[in-house]
Design a protein around this ligand. Sequence first.
Ligand SMILES: *[C@@H]1O[C@H](CO)[C@@H](O)[C@H](O)[C@H]1NC(C)=O
Ligand SMILES: *[C@@H]1O[C@H](CO)[C@@H](O)[C@H](O)[C@H]1NC(C)=O
Ligand SMILES: *[C@@H]1O[C@H](CO)[C@@H](O)[C@H](O)[C@H]1NC(C)=O
Ligand SMILES: *[C@@H]1O[C@H](CO)[C@@H](O)[C@H](O)[C@H]1NC(C)=O
Ligand SMILES: *[C@@H]1O[C@H](CO)[C@@H](O)[C@H](O)[C@H]1NC(C)=O
Ligand SMILES: *[C@@H]1O[C@H](CO)[C@@H](O)[C@H](O)[C@H]1NC(C)=O
Ligand SMILES: *[C@@H]1O[C@H](CO)[C@@H](O)[C@H](O)[C@H]1NC(C)=O
Ligand SMILES: *[C@@H]1O[C@H](CO)[C@@H](O)[C@H](O)[C@H]1NC(C)=O
Ligand SMILES: *[C@@H]1O[C@H](CO)[C@@H](O)[C@H](O)[C@H]1NC(C)=O
Ligand SMILES: *[C@@H]1O[C@H](CO)[C@@H](O)[C@H](O)[C@H]1NC(C)=O
Ligand SMILES: *[C@@H]1O[C@H](CO)[C@@H](O)[C@H](O)[C@H]1NC(C)=O
Length: 859
Amino acid sequence: AAECIRVVILLALLAISASSPSPANANGSDTDLAALLAFKAQLSDPLGVLARTWTSNVSFCRWAGVACSRRQPRVTALSLPDMALHGSIAPHLGNLSFLSVLNLTNTNLTGSIPADLGGLRRLRYLILSRNSLSNTIPPALGNLSRLVSLDLGHNQLSGQIPPELLLRLHNLGKIVLTRNNLRGQIPSHLFNNTPSLTYIDFGNNSLSGPVPTGLASLTMLEVLSLQLNQLSGPLHQAMYNKSRLQVMALVANNNLTGPIPDNQSFSLPMLRYFGLAQNNFVGQFPPGLASCQYLQKLSLSVNSFVDVVPTWLTKLTQLEALSLGDNDLSGLIPATLSNLSNLNYLDLSRGNLEGEIPPEVGLMQELSYLHLEANNLTGKIPDSLGNLTKLSFLVLATNQLSGPVPTTLGNIASLGILSLLGNNLEGNIDFLSALSNCVQLQDLAISSNFFVGTIPDQGQIPGGGVFSNLTLQSLTGNAGLCGSPSLGFSPCLEKHPSVNRNFLKILLPAIGVAFGALGIFLYVSMRRRHKRKGEVKASTDPSDIICHQLVSHHELSRATNNFSDKNLLGSGSFGKVFKGQLSSGLVVAVKVLDMHQEQAIRSFDAECRVLRMARHRNLIKILNTCSNLDWRALVLEYMPNGSLEALLHHSQGIRHFGFLERLGVMLDVSMAMEYLHHEHYDVVLHCDLKPSNVLFNEDMTAHVADFGIARLLLGDEGSMICASMPGTVGYMAPEYGSYGRASRKSDVFSYGIMLLEVFTRRRPTDAMFVGELSLRQWVHQAFPVNLVHIVDGQLLQSSSSTSSCSLDGRFLVPLFEIGLLCSTSSPDQRMTMGDVVVRLKKIKKEYIEWTREMGRAAR
Ligand SMILES: *[C@@H]1O[C@H](CO)[C@@H](O)[C@H](O)[C@H]1NC(C)=O
Ligand SMILES: *[C@@H]1O[C@H](CO)[C@@H](O)[C@H](O)[C@H]1NC(C)=O
Ligand SMILES: *[C@@H]1O[C@H](CO)[C@@H](O)[C@H](O)[C@H]1NC(C)=O
Ligand SMILES: *[C@@H]1O[C@H](CO)[C@@H](O)[C@H](O)[C@H]1NC(C)=O
Ligand SMILES: *[C@@H]1O[C@H](CO)[C@@H](O)[C@H](O)[C@H]1NC(C)=O
Ligand SMILES: *[C@@H]1O[C@H](CO)[C@@H](O)[C@H](O)[C@H]1NC(C)=O
Ligand SMILES: *[C@@H]1O[C@H](CO)[C@@H](O)[C@H](O)[C@H]1NC(C)=O
Ligand SMILES: *[C@@H]1O[C@H](CO)[C@@H](O)[C@H](O)[C@H]1NC(C)=O
Ligand SMILES: *[C@@H]1O[C@H](CO)[C@@H](O)[C@H](O)[C@H]1NC(C)=O
Ligand SMILES: *[C@@H]1O[C@H](CO)[C@@H](O)[C@H](O)[C@H]1NC(C)=O
Ligand SMILES: *[C@@H]1O[C@H](CO)[C@@H](O)[C@H](O)[C@H]1NC(C)=O
């Protein structure tokens, strides 16, 4: 093939030189032709565009994408954007000595950027973005002294930014390196010789260290994006004084800090976007912003600002997005905020705002996202919210709002998500019928309020239509449902009333999550809750820091091979879990939440809150978190030895999982639960205890995992009403399944079922358990004399590695007794976790003594 190419080149050379009138130019133009042919030879050109149009019977100056100098046949532009070229860039392009424009954006190129391109002395535009170019950026590009624009964004370039890259690029106006894998510091002198720079985008890399001070002297700067990196430290004060700056995007670096100068030195008159979210800025929101009359987007959320909602915001009449959430926000929501008539996105969540939601909010006609959750707002939900005809996301959850839900909400046809959970709202839940006009509604969360009304808690699962694709997952938690044996629900008896069809009709438009909504629906709490959360934000609490030590999206993406399927450990209702290796070398599990479900946000918050407070040998640890507007992940300890579920039901290793080992696991789990129920500062309810949530580390120590729906039990009474999506069919206590009433005793129930499962190796959902016969019933019938018939046969064959004797029935009786006592239908008769621990320890001690004796007797 190489021979062929050489022959073709030779023939082509002959053809061109024969037709070329000016011998003076023959030399250079021959070189250009050879370079183009060499370039073509390294591309596979799957659509044959080059094969068809780059032919020897036409002068190369007329080839597709090639432009020549007007005076001589020398290539001045090679521009083939968006064409599938496939292949690598031939170094020969470096011989196109008249080249001024090289535009190969989005052409499926791979391999390195050849250092030879550094020889293109006349090059003004070098555009190689949106390819899969890899390796480092060649320092020789720093020789391109005429370069005006350098765009290498959206590739897989790695390594550091070469310190000499911009050394001689005195004319550079634009540089884009976004979305690569660049790491290390930005060289401190990088911008010292580029006075004309107007556009810098280094976003979405892994750059660390300080923001280079050279940026301060760039007076022409219009766009600066360094977002999604790991830069830290303060910005030079001159960064806040730039007469042309329009975009300043520094979000999600995690550790950029202030101080931000006051009014006198703060002057960004052309600013349109100011993004400092997800960093570590402190103090007040910068009042200098008040003079930025063109500001459209202001994103300061997830920092440590301490302030009220500033009244100067109302001067920013062009504002379209305002995000101040997750700071130490206090005071009232100013009614004058409604002057921001262009506002489309408003986030004031996760602060300490008090007072009422001003009715004037209804004047913000463009509003489509409203986040006021997790504050301390009181009073009624204003009727005027119904005027916001473009609203699609409204989240008022976990406040102290009271009174009825205004029926005007039904006017908002665009409403997609409505979350009112965790307030003091009251009245009849008939208001839901007003929502039947909300044809876009996907998720409705109204639990943990004081609504009244009659809802059937038993009923037939409808068939047909959107219900024909039901999966078990979408019905999880609705123990009262019946009539779908294929999904594990028993046939309906005559006495079952059917689910109120009118209510279902309301929810039918909500396809996709309609079933989630159905779940929520059947769990609307009709009882008063006890005390309020209260732990929403305590920034003085040192344990809070753990949830603020954010790891970047990019780092997690890299650690998990871009969330590849090969790294997938499992997936659940709220998202997926990937294995990953952080740059520190630590192997971790990364739980990525599906942000299309608002439920997942709550699950993230719940898990983060519980795990950051709870420390126990048998609880999985949270190592880090990552969150931004549309993405959240938890970084957890990696458990290399799988789950109890897998070990019991899918493992070859079951023979080595003997009586003593199983006893050890159940003891570990009971100690973790005892800690959560009795020894922890706040009582934590797990709400979804089951074998797949018990994981093993390298030395097979059991760890309780998945606190996605865990609750904090506050107040002195023993139970609470759980929010929308409770646990798993089979492990759920009857009072929890039917009324959503969770308590320590409902966790004990799940524990009891799990114990029975571990020693019988039968799932509670096993096909044999139909009608009246449940796992518990089956064990109960065999108790105490026939237990050997129901215990896992593997345990009888070889009960442990230390003994070849068959398992003595005397250990089975007290053990199964614990399982039965824990899983009785009456919560009052169930044991406490503390008692379980004591009894299991006793059984374990006696068993070990017995095996020793048997060993001695055998000798
Ligand atoms: C190129 O030009 C140089 C002088 O300008 C000459 O010595 C050389 O022979 C030429 N090469 C070819 C291949 O024509
Ligand atoms: C050049 O040759 C190709 C075939 O190799 C032919 O399709 C094309 O029409 C020719 N163009 C001219 C201008 O002769
Ligand atoms: C390169 O091609 C892209 C895509 O067609 C175009 O948007 C861009 O303006 C081009 N840039 C230059 C310098 O030619
Ligand atoms: C062109 O570039 C290639 C590689 O950079 C080199 O090997 C070759 O000698 C150069 N000169 C000509 C006339 O092709
Ligand atoms: C080529 O690139 C385009 C755009 O980035 C992409 O959609 C396509 O999948 C790529 N083709 C191959 C074969 O990689
Ligand atoms: C081009 O750049 C490299 C690296 O910066 C340098 O070593 C080399 O001398 C330069 N070449 C020329 C001709 O200036
Ligand atoms: C960052 O880059 C990665 C891959 O390079 C991409 O998957 C991800 O979506 C990017 N994130 C943002 C916010 O642009
Ligand atoms: C943040 O920066 C401060 C100093 O500016 C440093 O002490 C701290 O360790 C950094 N934190 C992280 C998480 O990088
Ligand atoms: C919320 O407001 C109530 C009464 O207005 C007050 O008692 C309570 O302390 C506030 N809670 C927080 C966390 O600010
Ligand atoms: C907004 O809603 C309120 C209460 O529903 C109503 O009285 C008022 O007329 C509405 N205003 C506009 C401008 O539609
Ligand atoms: C059920 O699922 C199939 C396949 O995913 C899909 O084509 C069909 O439209 C779905 N039916 C309904 C009613 O959603």
